[in-house]
Design a protein around this ligand. Structure first.
Ligand code: SAM
Length: 302
C-alpha cells in the first residue's frame, strides 16, 4: 500500500488547512444530486486535512461536486482540477455555468418567472440546442422536479415528474457566479471513471464517490441514469484504486459499508461512519446507513 512515497515531482504546491477559511459559504453545489456528499464533508475533510500537499485534484464521479467546492472554498485547489462523470447532461450543466454564466442566469430568471406545472412539462419535453439553453433547462428541471432526482427512460429522455415545492430556488445568481469562478480552476468532462488511471500522477489526490453498492436487492441507489453500476463495476473500480495506489496517488473513496466493499478494499484503511442519505432505499426517503471511507492517506488519529 502507498506509504510516504515521494510527492508529485514538479507541480506540488503547498498549502495549510490551518490557515484556510472555515467550511460553509459559496460556492456550493448548484444541483441537487442523489448521493450528494454534503453530510459527509466533515469526515472527508478530517482525512484530507492530514495531507500537507497534493498535486492535481481528480473527482471521477463528480455528481454535485460537494467535495470539490469545499476544497475550492478552503483554497486547497492549486493546480487545475479534473472533474468528470459519465452523465452527459450533468456535464452540460457544468459547462454552461462555466462558459456561458450570464446567459444561463438570464435563462434561469426566465424559467423562474414562468415556472408552473404546465411550464415544467413543456421544458421537460423541450430539446434546446445552445449550450446555455441546455444547461439552464437541466438546472431548472433539477431544481423543480420531484425529489431532485435525475432519471431518464430508455430513450435517454428525462422523465421525473413535477415536484410540488412552494418556492424552489431556481436561480441563485450569486452561487452560480461563484461556481463559475471555481470551475475556471477545473477541466470538466464526460468520462468513465477508469480513465483517471491514465491521468492521475504520483502525489495527486483522487476522490471516488461511485454509485453505492446496494445495501439491499431492492435498493435503487444505482439508478442514477440509464446503465447501472453493478458488481463488475465495483470490482473494476477496486482494481483502478489498487493500481493508483501502486502509482503513489493519494486516494479516498466513499461507498456503503457492505460486505462486498469491505472485501474489495482489504488491506487499505477502511473506516465506517454514519451518514443520513437524502435518497435512500427506505420508504421515508431517509435513513442512517453506515458509509465506508477507504483511503491510503495517513491516519487521521481517530
Ligand atoms: C454518488 S454520485 C456522486 C455524488 C457526488 N460526490 C456529490 O457530492 O454530489 C455517483 C456519480 O457517478 C456517476 N457515474 C455512474 N457510473 C459512472 C461511470 N462508469 N463513470 C463515471 N461516472 C459514473 C453518476 O452519474 C453519479 O453522478
Amino acid at each position: 500500500m502507498y506509504k510516504n512515497r515521494p510527492d508529485h515531482p514538479g507541480k506540488q504546491m503547498s498549502f495549510s488547512f490551518k490557515r484556510a477559511p472555515a467550511s460553509g459559504g459559496l460556492p456550493e453545489p448548484f444541483l441537487k444530486w442523489a448521493g450528494g456528499k454534503r453530510q459527509l464533508l466533515p469526515e472527508l475533510m478530517r482525512r484530507i486535512e492530514r495531507i500537507e500537499t497534493f498535486g492535481r485534484y481528480h473527482e471521477p464521479f463528480v455528481g454535485g461536486g460537494a467535495l470539490f467546492f469545499e476544497l475550492f472554498r478552503r483554497r486547497a485547489i492549486k493546480a487545475q482540477a479534473r472533474l468528470s462523470d459519465n452523465n452527459p447532461n450533468l456535464i452540460v450543466a457544468y459547462e454552461g455555468v462555466k462558459n456561458e454564466t450570464d446567459a444561463v442566469i438570464r435563462l434561469l430568471e426566465d424559467h423562474r418567472a414562468r415556472h408552473c406545472k404546465e411550464y415544467y412539462y413543456e421544458m421537460r419535453a423541450a430539446h434546446p440546442t445552445s449550450l446555455a439553453a441546455k444547461a439552464a433547462r437541466i438546472i431548472y428541471l433539477n431544481r423543480t422536479c420531484f425529489n431532485g432526482l435525475f432519471r431518464e427512460n430508455s430513450k435517454g429522455e428525462f422523465n421525473v415528474p413535477f415536484g410540488s415545492y412552494k418556492n424552489p430556488r431556481i436561480c441563485h445568481e450569486e452561487n452560480l457566479r461563484a461556481v463559475a469562478k471555481a470551475l475556471k480552476k477545473a477541466k470538466v468532462e464526460v468520462r468513465s471513471f477508469e480513465t483517471v488511471l491514465g491521468r492521475a500522477e504520483p502525489g495527486d489526490l483522487v476522490y471516488f464517490d461511485p454509485p453505492y453498492d446496494p445495501v439491499s436487492e431492492t435498493s435503487s441507489f444505482t439508478a442514477y441514469h440509464q446503465g447501472g453500476f453493478g458488481r463488475e463495476s465495483q470490482e473494476q473500480l477496486a482494481e483502478v484504486f489498487r493500481a493508483l495506489d501502486d502509482k503513489g496517488v493519494k486516494l479516498i473513496l466513499s461507498n456503503s459499508a457492505t460486505q462486498l466493499v469491505l472485501h474489495l478494499y482489504k488491506g487499505f484503511r477502511v473506516e465506517e461512519v454514519q451518514a443520513t442519505r437524502r435518497v435512500s432505499c427506505r420508504g421515508d426517503g431517509r435513513g442512517a446507513v453506515n458509509e465506508a471511507l477507504v483511503s491510503n492517506l495517513e491516519s487521521p488519529g481517530l
